[in-house]
Design a protein around this ligand. Structure first.
Ligand code: GUN
Length: 287
């Protein structure tokens, strides 16, 4: 039987509506409008599209957004100055520095400079530490979005074997942590696989939940998937200008129970979670 396709776009739209309602109520009560400052450095066309989508999503969710567009020649020190301004601005609640940054800029130094209380990407070490200790201030956007997709697809996580392919700071690492936590949409037994893992297919074939975040187009083939598994594809690879996931979708959908498409799976959820974090940041700043 063919898998059910997890409609991330529809699920994210529902969440965004909910956030829009909450943001409106928050503004009516406090007179404060949640405000996200997005910083885009350089002219990577894909990043420009992502940032535009985030801005549009903010508007629809009753969240103000300001885009700071800087040229590719911007120095690290100029970027740090702008972040310091946003950190100090009382009417800015969330700050997002779109990645990747140009190669002459040290990413860690820039991300560390965003004040933790406005770090709606949850990249700051303080926020990562809070997540690891299961007392999050902000949720890591993509992993938290994946948890919601698992919930909405009726995938049980408690006691199940979740295999995370990839160990990035943005997805793989926080994904594994969320799934292994004590709590709802969690309590899984988690294995993290990566480029140095031996007998990879042997391990992925034991996954009840397989999450691919390895950044290689169609890396996960049908023989790597256990029949009946839920397969979540976090990949956003550009191949000949087309967006391609990490999962070989067509053959795998024939054996999986549920699977996310690319595009229209995880991507829209990341944006919904960013909106949630921005509202949370405004609420924390106003409490
Ligand atoms: N580039 C790719 N994914 C992300 C993300 O989640 N946040 C930011 N800021 N940049 C990204």
């Amino acid at each position: 039987m063919s898998a059910s396709i997890i409609d991330g776009k529809a699920i994210a739209a529902k969440r965004r509506e909910q956030i829009a309602t909450e943001a409106k109520a928050f503004t009516e009560k406090t007179g404060v409008k949640p405000h996200l400052a997005a910083i885009l450095v350089g002219d990577d066309p894909a990043s420009a599209v992502y940032v535009r989508n985030k801005q549009r999503a903010c508007e629809q969710a009753n969240i103000q957004s300001t885009l700071h567009r800087l040229t590719a020649e911007t120095t690290q020190s100029q970027l740090l100055d702008l972040i310091a301004e946003c950190n100090a601005a009382a009417d800015v609640h969330g700050i997002l520095v779109q990645l990747p940054l140009p190669s002459h800029i040290e990413e860690k130094a820039v991300l560390d400079a965003v004040i933790a209380t406005k770090d709606v990407d949850a990249f700051h070490p303080e926020n990562v530490g809070l997540i690891v200790q299961n007392r999050p201030r902000f949720l890591p956007c993509t992993p938290a979005g994946v948890q919601i997709l698992l919930e909405e697809s009726g995938t049980e996580t408690a006691g199940k074997h979740a295999v995370v392919l990839g160990r990035s700071e943005i997805v793989g690492k926080p994904m594994a942590i969320l799934l292994m936590q004590r709590g709802p949409l969690a309590n899984a037994t988690v294995t993290v696989c990566h480029s140095r893992t031996e007998n990879l297919a042997e391990i992925t074939r034991t996954a009840d939940i397989l999450i691919a975040a390895i950044g290689k187009p169609k890396f996960v083939t049908q023989d790597m998937v256990k029949p009946g598994a839920t397969v979540i594809d976090v990949g956003t690879n550009r191949v000949d200008g087309k967006l391609v996931g990490d999962v070989d979708f067509e053959p795998i959908k024939e054996i999986a129970t549920a699977i996310t498409p690319v595009p229209g799976g995880v991507g829209p959820m990341t944006i919904a979670m960013l909106l949630r974090n921005t509202l949370t940041a405004a609420q924390l700043a106003t409490a």
